[in-house]
Ligand binder design. Structure first.
Ligand code: P6P
Length: 344
């Protein structure tokens, strides 16, 4: 949206609701339930955004003094974001089970085998929340599955489906502007929140990630614990070799959603490999790696654990972690070549 856009020009933008209804009409036998679920998620995102933008004033910074299921100190905003998404999804009635980074167990939203929705939502309510106090962008990530046949009362087993089974995935980046990006398997679209009218407006239609990129994101503080192939890949990217377009630039915000969003628009690669502190990687498969892998593949990119396509990984636990290499396809492929020892 250009600066100085007047209200009537804002009217030229398609709202998220208009977009959802348009796409719903293109889907055969669509009951509208999925459309309402996406709308519910966007409402929760607006509420979280409203809290976020006044964090310092409302004194909602800092931690709750609790340790979450991940063994990490829970931030006040983590708990608040979790509560808002659960409340909104419960009220919306389209979701039957929630898996959240902020809650050890899956949360059933239907009392018995009949009422309640047919969708499962797995989410990281607020990723990177330790950055809020220093005004660095943070984000929400969500993944949507259908409830499989035969689960009257949904349990966590119903949620443990491969990423390739997702019917929807998205994220919200609360940055210099608040942008919701999502896919249902027909491309990737981004919507910028216009706070003056409280609507998400289609600002990034049909996002495609560049095949290659000039930026990589990794915490090089863990360099000594990286496997050999990764060390060689990083040294290759740092080579002084203009004819190969090297060196690349490193950009690491410490907030996955923010790094991912920049790489999605500009090209690049985010890596969180196995480290001494996080031998299985730090990012969670079900509500961070899988949804972002669905999005990046729909935009023409790739996502791997270094050897296997993320969306093909067989989940065993709701909060399991995975090494993650995600972004421009050519950069993911190069990383895999170095990890296989095919390049040095
Ligand atoms: P480190 C935030 O806690 C997060 O899950 C991602 O958003 C971020 O990229 C990563 O962890 C940062 O972890 O170990 O580099 O501080």
């Amino acid at each position: 949206m250009q600066t100085g856009t007047r209200v009537e020009e804002i009217g030229a933008f398609k709202t998220l609701e208009q977009f959802i209804i348009e796409r719903q009409e293109q889907q055969e036998h669509s009951t509208g339930a999925f459309s309402r679920l996406i709308r519910d998620l966007s409402v929760a995102a607006k509420i979280v955004n409203w809290h976020m933008r006044r964090g310092g004033i409302l004194d909602i910074f800092g931690d709750t003094g609790e340790i979450n299921v991940q063994g990490e100190v829970q931030q006040v905003m983590d708990a608040l974001a979790h509560k808002e998404f659960v409340r909104t999804l419960k009220r919306g009635g389209e979701c039957c089970l929630i898996g959240s980074e902020e809650h050890a167990e899956a949360i059933p939203l239907r009392a018995n085998g009949n009422d309640g929705g047919d969708y499962i939502v797995l989410l990281d309510p607020l990723d990177g929340s330790s950055n809020i106090e220093v005004n660095v962008s943070v984000g929400t990530i969500f993944s949507i599955y259908r409830l499989p046949e035969g689960f009257g009362t949904p349990t966590v087993e119903a949620a443990l489906q491969k990423g390739a089974e997702q019917v929807g995935a998205g994220y919200v980046v609360y940055g210099s502007s608040t942008i919701l990006v999502y896919t249902t398997g027909n491309g990737v679209n981004g919507f910028t929140l216009d706070p003056s009218i409280g609507e998400f407006l289609l600002s990034h239609p049909d996002i495609r990630i560049p095949d290659d990129g000039t930026m990589y994101s990794i915490n090089e503080g863990n360099y000594n614990s990286f496997e050999r192939g990764l060390k060689q890949y990083i040294k290759w990217m740092q080579k002084e070799s203009p004819e190969e377009g090297l060196p690349l630039s490193t950009r690491y915000i410490g907030s996955f959603v923010a790094d991912f969003h920049r790489n999605l628009l500009k090209g690049g690669l985010y890596m969180y490999p196995s480290t001494t502190k996080n031998p299985s990687g730090k990012l969670r498969l079900m509500y961070e790696a899988n949804p972002m892998a669905f999005i990046v593949e729909q935009a023409g990119g790739a996502a791997s654990d270094g050897h296997t396509r993320i969306l093909d990984l067989e989940p065993e636990k709701l909060h399991q972690r995975t090494p993650l290499y995600i972004g421009s396809e050519r950069m993911v492929d190069t990383a895999k070549q170095f990890l296989r020892g095919e390049r040095d």
